[in-house]
Design a protein around this ligand. Structure first.
Ligand code: AMP
Length: 456
């Protein structure tokens, strides 16, 4: 039965969870006053030793969602590896390890060791030998360390698969399965993923034991503060349009998303030839090169970054003012994730999508998700009304949400309802995929359910 936690009801504070005072103190230092929706749904389930699947994106607060319950249950008296977090990229592994250390700052004798490829293994082995109860690593390096006998999982009680869909698309899924095989039977497993493609559902079915599901809508990334525009162009005309955009908008810090690694590099090269200060970020680059690009971009020494989704995942660059979708992503949810790079923490941002004719179905899907048309850039015309089909789908979503009988969660912003992530995953009509359940509001607030729906 799903438990529905509504925005209206929720009175949870971190103090309401059974977390150690040292952890609560660290959260106060960090300025975390109340849990985010994914944290509300996840922390309690993990503290109750449940397996769980969390559908949420970077920016939702998912790191604390899994790490706080882990830290709470680490035995500092033992130096054995007790929790393993697998992440798709070195950047994310480092980010998760850093965040975890900040949550653990008042806990004595808890060590967090990041391990990842592209860096000397010897230093990582030394760190492991000193005793790391929590290891955050990329699958390739973790497997390497296991095969060398330098990492022992026999006492590992908690495993997190972070950004599982990215690990899948980067080809790590077999490594992940191999690693899971080496963990003890009966451990607790949590899987987080922005999207739920079939192989990830299958992995969850096979590896998790009667998991709870927590899903949060993309609203956690604040798209309301982002002004969005669309412009139509074919092939090389996109480059001219982009040039015009840069000249007119003079964006201080901009990320341009392209779909392929080759396309990303080529676009960066084209822009460089035109005299722009720009760098590329994609998976074909070596670790060192990727690090140096990120450092330069974070330090605002490079105003323009051309990136693939995968390479830029997990990176919290809060000063981005403009986002360009040079290509539209296959999944509309990724659009929301991309433009969420700007307009962070209530700041205003601007996002433009350059759309070729063949990408129009993708634009339709994005507009269905947003429940509104995106206005054309540079054309002073009112926003076009939705088509009857789009209105029908939007009404269906709203009716289902209000009934409280769906296992989806929609977070409402002030005034404007947001589309649920359920309607975005594999491009089917949301109607077909929406599973109805006998929903029950917790605390009597089933109407206009706001935040995550947790289903058992
Ligand atoms: P994450 O999705 O884990 O990468 O978190 C995104 C950002 O939200 C990070 O900068 C976190 O420090 C911040 N954050 C996470 N949880 C909270 C919270 N409960 N209150 C305020 N900020 C938070």
């Amino acid at each position: 039965m799903p438990r529905v936690i509504t925005r209206k009801d929720h009175i949870l504070r971190f103090e309401d969870f059974d977390l150690q005072p040292e952890i609560l103190r660290a959260l106060t230092d960090l300025g975390y006053t109340e849990p985010t929706p994914i944290q509300e749904g996840t922390i309690d389930a993990l503290l109750r030793d449940k397996d769980m699947v969390g559908q949420a994106q970077t920016g939702s607060g998912k790191t604390a969602a899994f790490m706080l319950p882990i830290l709470d249950r680490i035995d500092p008296g033992s130096k054995d590896l007790q929790a393993l977090i697998l992440c798709p990229t070195r950047e994310l592994a480092l980010q998760v390890a850093d965040a975890s250390r900040s949550f653990a700052r008042y806990l004595d004798d808890v060590n967090i060791v990041p391990v990842y490829g592209g860096a000397p293994i010897v230093e990582q082995i030394t760190a492991l030998n000193r005793g790391g109860q929590i290891v955050v690593g990329t699958p390739g390096r973790v497997l390497d360390l296991l095969r060398r006998g330098k990492m022992i999982l026999s006492d590992c009680r908690m495993v997190v698969l972070d950004e599982a869909d990215e690990m899948l698309s980067m080809g790590f899924i077999d490594d992940v399965r191999d690693i899971l095989k080496r963990t003890p039977w009966g451990k607790q497993t949590a899987l987080f993923s922005a999207t739920m493609p079939d192989p990830i559902k299958k992995l969850a079915e096979e590896e998790l034991h009667t998991p709870e599901f927590v899903k949060v809508a993309s609203k956690e990334i604040t798209v309301d503060t982002v002004e969005q525009r669309v412009a139509f162009a074919e092939g090389r005309d996109k480059l001219e349009l982009l040039e015009r955009f840069i000249q007119e908008m003079k964006p201080p810090t901009m990320i341009i998303f392209a779909r392929t690694k080759i396309g990303t590099q080529k676009l960066a090269d084209d822009l460089k030839r035109r005299g722009h200060k720009v760098r590329a970020l994609h998976g074909d680059m070596g670790q060192g090169a990727r690090d140096s690009v990120m450092i330069a971009f974070r330090g605002k020494r490079i105003p323009i970054l051309v990136a693939t989704d995968v390479a830029s995942r997990g990176l919290d660059v809060s000063h981005v003012t403009h986002v360009v979708n040079y290509d539209l992503p296959d999944e509309p949810e990724v659009y929301v994730h991309r433009i969420g790079r700007t307009g962070r923490v209530g700041r205003e941002g601007f996002a433009i999508s350059l759309v070729a004719n063949k990408e129009k179905p993708k634009l339709d899907a994005v507009e269905r998700l947003l429940k509104r048309k995106i206005q054309r850039w540079g054309i002073d015309e009112p926003v076009q009304p939705l088509t009857p089909e789009q209105i029908a789908v939007a009404e269906e979503i709203e009716a289902a949400e209000e009934s409280g009988e769906v296992d989806v969660l929609v977070v409402e912003s002030e005034g404007q309802p947001q589309a649920s992530s359920e309607s975005t995953v594999d491009g089917d009509a949301p109607k077909k995929r929406r599973r109805r359940r006998g929903g029950r509001g917790r605390g009597g607030g089933g109407e206009n359910a706001g935040t995550p729906v947790v289903a058992e």
